[in-house]
Write a protein that binds this ligand. Structure first.
Ligand SMILES: [Zn+2]
Length: 879
């Protein structure tokens, strides 16, 4: 049999087979049912022989589903931007698959216990399986988990006489999502193949391991999908969360990879924990950690816990499920970033090594859940009954200046499984009355832990951890905070959110966000035209109107017509400027975006600026360029592209930074430079400057603003500061070191602490906090705002405000005692940042330079600053 098999094989396969005897295995000694196809039978490659491309992973899952339709269900849950399909394979015993729809209903009932009697709850806990979701490869270049996913599915279906597998089949349903980010995996595989040597090269710097910009980690819009779980700006996250809410899993494992010289990581997690995690959840993490440790010890696999990977931020694959009452876990495996990788200790790590370890932890976790089925279900039920309990009994979201933004926030909450109601009558509070139509988010509720995470103004970190960070900071050691420290959505959306401490007795109804059919939209006939008040919703509508050929003007001054007061920022569509179908076309666009449009029958203003004033400018559909590729940050470039082209529907031409020199800039109105340290030639720089002088709008973000402020670049007429406030000197050359002007005087009497302070150092890092920004409402860049917003700040950048003769500081950080809205900020930053520039406008010739100190498009959920960014993109060409 073996001889016959070998006969027809190629030399390359034989070479692989010769090493086969020592090949490590997923499950040593396992016997498999020949009726279930192996990976090799379907794709021609055995596990670990090549980095399986996304289409073959799906092909294999389909083959497994075809071979065992009685024990699997394959569900497509989303499609990526690049058109790849996302699937999850449900594996269970034949009885369960037969009754899967009833089981799903039971799982939903268990996850919504309010309407559940105790006897029904007890019956569900007795009868339902524990649901274990194994989700893999959210980062496309973390490759071994995709291979493990196929191995897990094969093993659970094909293993025979295996007590562990029998236990899982008896007590659990396993959901296998083999790759959450196939676009990223496809990008990795393409780059890896392109760089591949004749035999896999283990040199860490070899081309096959060394991914060019932007790498395979992110999705099409270069988002880190492992930060997108609650914001769900990307279709992968939106579909996955919807799918998981339907199946209400009790365990969710997110399988990743880390640097090739690491070992393996599983819980207990690192500090700080999410502040709302329950004690019971913590105990389960401990139990799963111990079970995995025992299995890894048996197999001789090295691991670590309690370091690096915290679960503080609720938008991870580990913490979002936790906030729904599941036990969420991150597993991290050292990555071979290809087939084979030479580690610092001169051992070789293979792709298969990674897949085997992930397989081992995944199966051990499923078995541990199965062994504890009933207790897990009971704890989950208990969680869902009490989640979000605390002094706050509800959050209220009154419809504000921009109704569309309030609705956007409500929709995001509902997409997260949060229950939201709408008041049918006014709500009387102690100090004020909120109108009927106010949205109510009651607490506690089953998704209450997520509500507390997203709507509480502050997510506290434990004091001991903070003290440790403060000590590290004083020694200039990096802090141990893995991600941002603030994410409050109402602040980032600039939507009012009121917490109330008593249970409300208000008549309310469920929220229906189903949009009305657009063809029924209408506007009344107008003599003069239509006014569109300016805000994020209005801007999106205006962009679509301009792109469809309508003509609009813009006024950033208040005026009153026929008793209606208009604030600063109104787009005006005049009847004589436009075609006869203005009314019907504008009606559809306004309805689609939920934008308010007011008809104008007279242009006579009773107060304020006339509609025929010279202050009225022409809005045009801007032609926008965006720099792409190194040295731009891929996140910043991706966020900007997404916000311009998907969030706001504005077309944009994306050009690699290295090719900007051959673009005829005069064909464009705006150029966006995402965060990055650019190295344009003197000639390219001159071209950019000439173009701005001739009327172009240059928009710089984060590090690009720092670059623009350098003396040698000479674009922005202000400076970034060092810690303490001195201007940051020019970088001294390729090494990036700074040369000192004069030697520090030797002060023999200085105490030790003072003596060791660096002489020139970057300002204190703000580790992802939400800060208040005051806006200059008179300036067109702040059109449509109410003079204050909150911005996510995550950097060491401090910009000295620009002088009045050079430009305007349209946004500055608030004064010290008002500065921090949410999150963590150290004293040195709290001293230095107040009243420093956040948004600078510098006129240059006929054009503008607009500089953002921070990334306004942060994760595409910083709605308030994204609106300022869109103002810059859209209005620069009008002024
Ligand atoms: Zn990862």
């Amino acid at each position: 049999m073996i001889a016959r098999l070998l006969f027809g094989l190629s030399l390359a396969t034989l070479l692989h087979l010769s090493a086969f005897a020592q090949r490590p295995e997923f499950a040593p000694g396992a016997k498999y049912d020949g009726a279930i196809p192996s990976l090799k039978q379907i794709t021609g490659f055995d596990f670990g022989q090549r980095v399986t491309p996304p289409e073959d992973i799906i092909r294999y899952l389909k083959a497994l589903n075809g071979a065992a339709p009685d024990r699997t269900r394959l569900i497509k849950y989303a499609e990526t931007w690049e058109g790849r399909e996302l699937y999850a394979l449900i594996v269970a015993n034949a009885d369960r698959i037969r009754q899967l729809d009833e089981i799903k209903t039971g799982l939903r009932r268990l996850s919504n216990p309010a309407s559940l009697s105790q006897s029904d709850a007890d019956r569900l806990v007795r009868e339902l399986p524990v649901v274990v979701a194994l989700v893999h490869g959210v980062h496309g270049n973390e490759i071994s988990s995709g291979e493990a996913a196929m191995g897990e599915a094969y093993h659970l279906l094909a293993a025979q006489n295996d007590a562990t597998v029998d236990l899982i089949r008896r007590e659990a349903i396993v959901i296998i999502d083999p790759m959450q980010n196939p676009d990223g995996r496809a990008r990795f595989v393409f780059q890896n193949l392109l760089g591949q040597a004749a035999t896999p090269d283990s040199e860490p710097a070899a081309a096959e391991h060394d991914e060019p910009w932007p790498g395979g980690r992110s999705n099409h819009y270069l988002f880190d999908l492992n930060r997108d779980w609650f914001a769900q700006t990307q279709p992968e996250s939106l579909g996955r969360v919807k799918f998981l809410l339907e199946w209400a899993p009790h365990v969710v494992v997110d399988l990743h990879e880390m640097g090739g010289d690491s070992t393996y990581y599983f819980p207990p997690t690192a500090e700080p924990p999410n502040p709302h995690m329950t004690k019971t959840q913590g105990a389960w993490l401990e139990a799963f950690g111990q079970a995995n440790a025992a299995r890894f010890d048996e197999r001789g696999f090295v691991y670590f816990n309690r370091e690096v990977f915290d679960a503080f931020y609720p938008g991870y694959g580990v913490s979002w499920p936790m906030a729904q009452g599941a036990i969420g876990m991150t597993f991290e495996m050292a990555s071979a970033r290809g087939l084979s990788y030479r580690r610092r200790d001169d051992t070789t790590l293979t792709y298969l090594d990674g897949a085997i370890r992930h397989f081992t932890s995944a199966i051990t976790t499923a078995a541990t859940a199965a062994r504890n089925r009933e207790k897990m279900l009971r704890d989950y039920l208990e969680f869902r009954r009490n989640a979000g309990a605390g002094t706050t009994k509800a959050y209220l979201l009154p419809v504000g200046r921009d109704a569309g933004q309030t609705l956007r926030l409500v929709r995001t909450l509902i997409n997260n499984g949060v229950t939201v109601a709408r008041a049918e009558e006014p709500i009387k509070l102690d100090s004020r009355t909120l109108p009927a139509g106010t949205f109510i988010v009651p607490l506690p509720q089953p998704a209450g832990m997520l509500v507390r995470n997203l709507l509480d103004p502050q997510a506290p970190m434990n004091a001991e951890f903070l003290k440790r960070q403060e000590n590290r900071r004083l020694k200039r050691l990096p802090d141990q905070i893995y991600d941002t420290t603030a994410w409050n959505l109402p602040m980032l959306y600039d939507v009012e959110c009121v917490g109330v401490d008593r249970t409300l007795a208000v008549k309310s109804s469920p929220v229906d966000l189903a949009p009305a059919p657009l063809e029924n939209s209408s506007l009344p006939e107008a003599i003069v035209g239509y006014a569109l008040p300016w805000n994020a919703t209005g801007a999106a509508a205006a962009i679509e109107a301009l792109r469809s050929g309508m003509r609009a003007r813009f006024l950033n001054q208040p005026f009153t017509i026929a008793g209606r007061k208009f604030a600063k920022g109104t787009a005006i569509f005049r009847v004589p400027d436009n075609d006869a179908d203005l009314r019907s076309k504008l009606a559809v666009i306004a309805a689609k975006h939920g934008a308010e449009v007011i008809k104008l029958d007279s242009a006579f203003v009773s107060e304020g600026t006339s509609l025929g004033s010279n202050q009225v400018v022409v809005l045009k559909s801007p032609r926008v360029l965006l720099a792409w590729d190194a040295p731009a940050s891929s996140l910043s470039a991706g966020w900007a592209r997404y916000v311009i082209e998907r969030r706001y529907g504005q077309s944009v031409t994306v050009v690699r930074a290295g090719s900007l020199g051959r673009v005829d800039l005069y064909r464009y109105d705006a150029l966006v430079l995402p965060s990055g340290n650019y190295t344009f030639s003197a000639d390219s720089l001159r071209k950019i400057r000439d173009w701005v002088n001739a009327g172009g709008t240059l928009i710089t973000v984060g590090e690009a603003s720092r670059w623009a402020a350098r003396e040698s670049v000479g674009l922005l007429d202000t400076r970034t500061e060092l810690r303490g406030g001195a201007p940051e000197p020019e970088p001294a050359g390729p090494s990036g070191t700074v040369k000192s002007d004069k030697p520090e005087p030797a002060d023999k009497t200085a105490d030790f602490i003072r003596a060791i302070q660096p002489t020139r150092e970057q300002p204190e890092l703000v580790p992802g906090a939400i800060l208040r920004v005051q806006l200059d409402e008179d300036h067109w860049l702040a059109s449509g705002t109410d003079g204050e917003i909150q911005s996510l700040v995550e950097s060491t950048r401090v910009f000295t405000p620009i002088k009045l003769d050079k430009g305007r500081n349209v946004g500055i950080y608030a004064v010290k005692d008002r500065l921090l809205a949410s999150g963590l900020m150290w004293d040195a930053a709290l001293e230095q940042l107040p009243q420093k520039a956040f948004l600078i406008h510098q006129p240059m010739g006929q054009g503008h330079i607009i500089a953002f100190a921070e990334d306004p498009n942060y994760r595409a959920y910083a709605e308030a600053t994204q609106f300022l960014f869109i103002n810059a993109v859209l209005l620069g060409a009008a002024y």
